[in-house]
Each structure stands twice: as C-alpha cells, then as structure tokens.
Design a protein around this ligand. Sequence first.
Ligand code: CA
Ligand code: CA
Ligand code: CA
Length: 723
Amino acid sequence: MSMNRKRTAQSAFLNPRVLMGLLIALTGVVLALLGFGTFAVRAASMKQPAQSYTANSIDPLVPPGFDCSKIHELGIDKQINFRAGAIMIACGQAQGGGTRPSSPLGALTQFIRKLFSPLAYGGTDVDLITGTETFPAVNQSTTFSWGNPDNADQIVVAYIDLRDFPSDAAGASVSTDGGLTFTRLTKANGQSPFENAGGSPIVLYNRPTATWYTVWGLGACGGLGGYKSTTPWDPKSWVPYCIQSGSYDKPSGWTDMNPSSPFYGRMYVSGNDFARGGNIFVRYSTDNGNTWTNERQITTTFIRNVQITGDLVTGDVYLAGMDEDGGCSSGCGTNRNNKIYRSTDGGNTWTNTYTGPSFVGACRGTAGYFCTMYSNPAYWRHMGWGEPAAFKGVVHYVYAARNPSNGDPGNVFYIRSTDSGMTFSAPFLLNSDTDPTKAQWEPSLSVSPSGTLFAVWYDERDGGGASTCIAGSNSPCYRMYARRSNDNGLTWLPDDAFSDVVSPLPAQPHPSVVPYYVSDYDYASALATKHLASWVDGRVPINGTYQQDAFTDREPVNTPTPTATPTPTPTPTGCSVTSSGCGAIVVGTPPMEFTVNLSGPADPASVQGSDFMVNGTPANTAILLNGNLTIHFFFNTSPVVQGLNTMHIPACAFDCGNGCVQEFTCTFTYKPSTPTPTPTATATHTPSPTPTATPTSTSTPRPTPTPRPAPSARSRPTPPPRP
Ligand SMILES: [Ca+2]
Ligand SMILES: [Ca+2]
Ligand SMILES: [Ca+2]
C-alpha cells in the first residue's frame, strides 16, 4: 500500500494537468499559499492575478519541478509547516493522512470513560470547534491561547484548522463570556476569516491599541503576517497585515502587556528561517504592530525555535530553543539540549544565557527526521518541545524527555532559574505517574501576574496504554493533566486531571497532510484571574472516526484547588507578613515609615523598597532588622491620605523562609492632627490626639508600631543606610 501511494504521489507530480495547475499556481493565490512555508519569498516577487483552487488539491503547495534530492539540504525534512509536509508527500518521503483499514473502531457502546470524581484543576472542558465539519477536512489542533487583560471575558484561541485546506489552514475561536463558551470564527461563505493563512498559530493582544493580532504564514505577505481586529468575535472584522516577506518555520510570539514595563506594547515574533541556515530570527514591533522592521539573528546554526515569552514585571524577553542534534533520523534515543536566549532591552540585543545538559527527547517511534510518540505506524510528531514562562526575574521551562534506563517514552520536567535565565535548577518531574509504559508529553506553561504557575500536558496514565492508542478508534488513550504552583515555582501542588474525559487518539485523515501530524504545541498564557490552556482532543467522532478537535479549559488564579496541599519538595513555602499597623488609627504627621514582621527571615538581596506599597505607591527604601524578620520601609514623601489607607506586599515580592513572601494586604486609618484645643477645652495636656489614637507616652510601650503613628517628632527618620 505504501509503495502504491508513493508512486501515485510521484506520478501525479508529473501529470501534465497537474503541472499546468502548478504553473497557474505560481501566478497567484497559490503563491500566496506559499506563505505557509519556506518558498514564500521567491513567490512573492512575482506579481500575478489571483487564481482560485479547489480545496481538494495539494498540488499547489508543491513547487513545480522541485528536486526531491534537495529535501535534506533545504531542511524540508526538519520543517513542520504544511508546505514542507506536502513536499515530503509529493516526493514519496511521506504518505498523506488517511483512515487506516487496520484501525479497529471500538464497539460503539464503549464510550469514553467519564470520571465522576471532582475535577481538581480547571472547569468544564469546552470544544472550540463549533459549526459543521466535513470529513476528511476535520483536523483542528496546535493551539495558542490568549486573553484580554482589560476584559477577562475576552479569550481568543488560534489553532490549525484544515476546514478550508489548502486554501488556508488557520482558525480561531472566540469567547466573550470568560471561556464558558466559544464560537469558531466562520464567515458567511463557511470559511475561516484567515484567508491564505497557515503555519503555526499565534494570537496576541496589543494592549495600548486594544487590538488582537493573529500571526501566520500569510500568502499576501509572501511570508509572515496575519489578521488583526478590535472586535475579535466578528469574523468580518479581521483585516490582514504583514510582518515580513521571507521564510519562517514554527514561529512563536509574545507581547508585553504590562503598562509599567519599559517595553509596554512591544510585540515579538520568532522563528526558524530555513532559507538562512535554519537559524532563529526575532522580529519585533515598537509601534503596536504597525511596522516590524527590527530583525535580529539569534543563532548561527539550526536550533529549533521552541517558544518565546517575556517577564511580566521586568519586560525581559526569553526565547526557548532546542538543539535537536539530528533529531530522530537514527532512531529514538538521540540527545537534546534546552537553550535559553534573553533580551533585556526590548529585543534589541540577545544573549544565549543557558544551554542545558543533554537529555533524550520523548520518543516511541520515528518519521524521518522527527521523533513520534507512537510507532507502527509512526504517529504524533514530537521532539520534547515545551514552553517557557517568566515572572520577576524567575524563569521557568517545561519540556518532555524519554527515560532511556526504563524505556519510559515520555515524562514532563520543570526547570527553574532565579537569576534571569543564567542557571537553572535540576529537572523536577511534574507527572507523579511513574508507570514506564505510560507517556507524558508536549507540556505548556503559563504564569499569572501574581506568580501562580500552571503546567498542562498530555498524559496516558488513565488510558489503556500505547497498544490501545489506535488513531481514530474509540479506545481511551490520553487525558490532559496539570500541576500548579502558587509561589512562582518554588513548590508545586499535586498533579491532577485537567481535561474531563480520557480521549481516544484522534485520527489524521487528511490526505494532503503528513500522516504523523497531530499537534505540534499548545501555547498557554494567563490573565490576572485565570490560566488559559488548550489542547487537541479526540472525543468527538465524525463518520465513525474519532478525530481532532481543539479543546480548552481554564484554571482560576485565586481559587485554591480542594485537594491542595503544598508538596514539601523541592522546598518549603515562604513566609507570611503581619503588621501591628493593620486596623490602626494614625493621627498627626502623615507617616513615612512602616514596619512589617515576617514569619521567616527574608533574603536581604531580594528585598527592595518598592516591594511595599501604600495606596499603590511603592516605598523608596527598605531596611532589615531583627535577624531579617523585620523590615522597615521608608517613603521620601508620605503616601498616606486622610481616611482609609491600604498597605500591600504582592505575592513573591521578595524571598523569605526558603520560599517567597505571601501576599499581604491590610488597611489603617489616618486622621491629620486637628487643632486640638477646642474653644471650650481646658488645655491641661498639650498635643493630644484623639482618644483612639496610639498613645505617644512611654508608659505604654508599643512594639514596632506600624504604620508608625509618627508622633510629632518624626517627620523624616534618620536617613536609611543603603546596603
Ligand atoms: Ca512516563
Ligand atoms: Ca476540565
Ligand atoms: Ca474536528
């Protein structure tokens, strides 16, 4: 069968009718299609009228007369875009997808196991794929989830959607109710609004302009571009824009949404350019996506562009790469190295801050260059790629590795850097399942603005094992599992289920797409109130075949999980904060000094004046006393207002007690000193505050009064010694 397919593919390639089609293809939209992949640049240089093509043809993706012997030289075999896949099929290096006759469909009565235990993480799963689906153009997978920080009801998930393939492979679903329901964007003609777009999905929210940007390979740009909208739920509202002409494979993107960041509003896109040695390049926009003229070369050899992210606080940008060391060309068991690249100046300059130790990538089988999670047939291309996250100078990364010693095909690991990506901790195994026959792979990670971390991955522990994972058949195979940290990665709560059912392994029936494609990544992100994570799920059958739908769910930031007990490893939790100033009434001169007490000693190097705020105003200086259990915070100008005032220390503002500080919020009341002697008063005792005020006399000693009532004398304390 495979030989027949190969011959068919090759002869179709030489068929005159097809060749003619290809020539026409070179002249228009189909050239636009080349935006999917590597050859976009050349294509864009020819200006010809657009042509349309039938959606059941793959031929337009393949350049006429393409020399199949150049597949390796051009890096076609290492690329994940659909055009590269089409060339592999046309050159007989891969089959197209299809429903294999050997796939036994499970008994119709045996449906997916619904678990009745309370769900530890997330809410009810949501199928992002609304509207009709027509076999075999039914695949939706490889997701990118993003939310609007100014309106948490607005969530957009972009994904690969083969509904219109090959005229486009791009889709997105939008929620306007916080993620309870989503609608797949569909124009009146039944198609996606992202015409001639494909490749790797990215969706970002540019906060200064309140504009949503999707990023794709886009034909009209002859390279990278996308569609943008300020009303994302309206399919007609999305308009095209361009980033650059040229080749890009597996792009990633991030945008700085923190108004106090020095690089607020900046947008970043990274990718591998196989027309330039497979090197990683970053493009960024300093004008809210209008122009993208800034390009930087990050590597001088082929390192896979895994994902890009940034620090919500500092504005530093981090790019995770992977040295794949030849991939799986010589089988499972080949090495990988994680790489971290950092820019501290808004994308202008980049440093390779970290190259991790070698590990063996997750693997059960191989498909040419790529490793796969299933074998016989090779299925689900996956190299161990994960996702980075960063918060307050702490950098996080999750990835998947094989255990060569016991043959476990995949486990998900977490590494943590407390020095802005220079050094990382030893890998921490996130999945508690240790059955060496069960795989965990393709993890995503997000960090919220309060330092909660949420990792999500594919996990076989509740399924029947690899032998029962038969693409398209109704046999429970995998489920999404998750794990959460409430202290910026210092400690982790137990791992538990995130998706509601155990999914069958979804089929890839599209004949124009490589047969081992299932999902290349899921990019997760977080808002202040929730973590957003999506995945490919096979629970929905079409034509009796369990097939790909993109699903999503969300984990609230502030709702602790019912079973949450801090895991003692790797380190205990941090400290809590108290202040005798909480609830106090302060009279007199507005205080400029405040004292807090800690349940565990602080790390002096991590404490700054700005860690403490009154009414949102950060203090200028901090001094540690009492064995680092007490901190005095000083303001150059008193932040106190008449009436109610709020003291605040954000979670993980500094390190203490082998962890980081828990969030601290409390209030006090300030009353300016009033002319005390009222006309009727007999002035026997002099500067007397109101009866409820804290006494100033020495007869009632008051340990570390906070906020210091600032009796008459103390308008500015002794100049705080600076460390
Ligand atoms: Ca495992
Ligand atoms: Ca769920
Ligand atoms: Ca589907």
